[in-house]
Every structure is written in structure tokens, then in C-alpha cells.
Design a protein around this ligand. Structure first.
Ligand SMILES: Nc1nc2c(ncn2[C@@H]2O[C@H](COP(=O)(O)OP(=O)(O)O)[C@@H](O)[C@H]2O)c(=O)[nH]1
Ligand SMILES: Nc1ncnc2c1ncn2[C@@H]1O[C@H](COP(=O)(O)OP(=O)(O)O)[C@@H](O)[C@H]1O
Length: 189
């Protein structure tokens, strides 16, 4: 059975870092999603996101789509199927609302990794260090979606692996254990 690893959590907790790690070390590809948010300086359309206009965003057929900090984000069935045709395992980076929808729609095909840190204050520092625009960081941290995603939603309790990412090496070990088991189950089927 094909599976999708849904990586979720608040901004700055390391979702993209995990997705990049899965791609580099496990050859697990990322499903690229669509957004109307402007690209950051080192982001590339078709690699990080499909960057859309307010009009072109709605030309796609979404499995789910959300508004996060004032911008549209959406993931398509086609994007997921494209990766699943070549790989039994793929990853996708979603907010917690999207993660809940994936669990509802795809059930046991979904493996959720919920990223968290023990000090909320470290997140703003990470975003600045990442080189994010100051205004965008302020808008993001003031959003209700950011506040919401700081806690594991009730709908995901008991269904998500909670990954503490205070230290990357520790988070990596936790992820290695989860992916090792997952690869063994996927290989058997
Ligand atoms: N539900 C949903 N969330 C998405 C999608 N694409 C990205 N996101 C989430 O939207 C939020 C904002 O993403 P982004 O602007 O890249 O900010 P970042 O989390 O700071 O890197 C994050 O929680 C992403 O996981 C999508 O297609 N659907
Ligand atoms: N454990 C960690 N300690 C310090 N910085 C980290 C850690 N994990 C990730 N980062 C850095 O924090 C920033 C935010 O991580 P990122 O993966 O982009 O988060 P997200 O996709 O959840 O917004 C990046 O610059 C990343 O390199």
C-alpha cells in the first residue's frame, strides 16, 4: 500500500528540513503544493512550491486547500498520484488543518509527523536566521493559524508521531526509527 508522510507543525519547527532530509537520505520525494504566497529569495517554482496568482490558484483540482496567514495553499490529487506512480512513499508539508483532512480522506495511508519545539521563542529566531522578510515574519507570527499549529490538534492525538526538534540530531534519530519501520512495512506489501 502506498503511503504519504504528512509533515506538519508550526512555522519554523523544521517541516521543510525534514522533507529535505527524507529526499536526500531516503530518496522519498516531496509532493509539491501550490501557494499564492510570494516566493522567498531562494525559493524556486516547481521545486519549493508552484507559485500561483489569486486567479491561477483556482485553476487546479485540490484534495484540500486552506488559507494560512492571508495566503492560499493547496495540494492536488494529481501531485500525489504522480509521486505514488514512481514511489510507494512520498512526503508532503501541510498545516495542521490539511493534515487532519489527509487523515480523514486517506486513513491508514497517512503517516503524520508533528514537529514541535520546547521554546516557542526559538521559532521567531529561526525564521529570521532563515532570512525571511521581517514583515512576513510578523504577519505569520500574528496569524491565528500559527497559534493554532503550536498545539497538536485533538483530531491528530494518538495518530501523529510527535517529533521534538530542539536539536536536529535528536529529531533525526527519531525520524530514522519511524522511517526504518515504515520502509519495512511498505516493502512487505
Ligand atoms: N493545508 C495545506 N497546507 C500547506 C500546503 N502547502 C503548504 N502548507 C502549509 O502552509 C504553512 C505556511 O507555509 P510557508 O509559507 O511555506 O511557511 P513556513 O512553514 O514558514 O515554511 C505551513 O504550515 C505549510 O506546511 C498545502 O497544500 N495545504
Ligand atoms: N533543530 C534545529 N535547530 C536550529 N535550527 C533549525 C533546527 N531545525 C531546523 N532549523 C532551521 O530553522 C529554520 C526553519 O526550519 P524549516 O525547516 O524551514 O521550518 P518550517 O518548514 O517548519 O517552517 C531553517 O533555517 C532551518 O535550517
Amino acid at each position: 500500500m502506498n503511503k504519504i508522510i504528512v509533515i506538519t507543525g508550526a512555522t519554523g519547527t523544521g517541516k521543510t528540513t525534514v522533507s529535505d532530509y527524507l529526499k536526500t537520505y531516503y530518496r522519498i520525494p516531496k509532493v509539491i503544493t501550490h501557494t499564492t504566497r510570494p516566493a522567498r529569495k531562494d525559493e524556486v517554482s516547481g521545486k519549493d512550491y508552484y507559485f500561483e496568482t489569486d486567479k491561477s490558484f483556482f485553476d487546479n483540482h485540490y484534495l484540500e486547500n486552506v488559507v494560512y496567514a492571508g495566503y492560499h495553499y493547496g495540494s492536488s490529487y494529481e501531485g500525489l498520484e504522480r509521486e505514488w506512480q514512481r514511489n510507494a512513499l512520498a512526503s508532503i508539508v501541510l498545516d495542521t488543518k490539511g493534515a487532519i483532512t489527509y487523515v480523514e480522506k486517506l486513513g491508514t495511508q497517512v503517516v503524520v509527523l508533528y514537529m514541535t519545539v520546547s521554546e516557542q521563542g526559538s521559532l521567531a529566531k529561526r525564521l529570521h536566521k532563515r532570512g525571511d522578510d521581517t514583515k512576513m515574519v510578523e504577519q505569520r507570527l500574528a496569524s491565528e493559524e500559527y497559534q493554532r499549529d503550536l498545539q497538536l490538534p485533538v483530531e491528530l492525538r494518538g495518530k501523529a508521531h510527535v517529533i521534538l526538534n530542539d536539536q536536529w540530531q535528536e529529531a533525526q534519530k527519531q525520524i530514522d526509527r519511524i522511517i526504518g519501520k515504515l520502509q519495512a512495512t511498505v516493502a512487505k506489501q
